[in-house]
Design a protein around this ligand. Sequence first.
Ligand code: GDP
Length: 224
Amino acid sequence: MYSTPLIPRQIRVHLQQPMTTPSVEYLASAHKLEELLPDSGREAAFAGRSNAGKSSAINTLANRHRLAFVSKTPGRTQTINFFSVGKNMRWVDLPGYGFAKVSKTEREYWGELISAYLAQRKSLIGLILLADSRHRIKVLDEQLIAWFAPSGRPVHVLLTKSDKLSQSAASMALREAQTLLTRRYANCSVQLFSATANKGVAQANALLAEWLAPQSERTEKTPG
Ligand code: GDP
């Protein structure tokens, strides 16, 4: 539809963004490493502090109301949840971290589960990190990025709940996060996001589609 060569590729991608809502289906949940789905194909993982807006973001990106459970009780036992977004392509919802009321044993177990998954998973292409746009990037978030970035795989930060900020405050939050993260970590990018106001959805979905596309279909390999 937008295939005219007179339009530069960046603009074509932008025009195509509303069409990138994937067809997402729940596959399975894992409480422990042995329960993970076979490590083949391509995956994008979602991580963030409890209450950062991860479930809401996943639901909005999938255009489904209750695909990921939007919890009002942070601290409940959580699992690694797998969703199919196409043949051999998955989104992986990791347990939220940083909730103080969870017992130390449980916190350590989650940390081990998440870090083992992130360190060992061959099919993992990149990490979507969700952080509340109203707060500066927290120490735990940056620690996760600093630990993951040396793998060479990209981290894309969604600054969530941006509808709660004025336009100028949201722009400032974006600039601050970009300054902090993109200068320190080569493969890190940042955008504003709002599940409530449907902001940044097309941009995030376009990036996820790009990450998960089979090698032969990846646009970064083709000349503009
Ligand atoms: P999770 O713990 O990271 O999965 O976070 P949730 O998706 O459960 O969201 C935590 C709280 O933030 C809930 O009360 C959501 O309704 C609220 N929330 C999530 N996303 C948004 C958003 O884009 N805008 C606003 N205003 N609230 C949001």
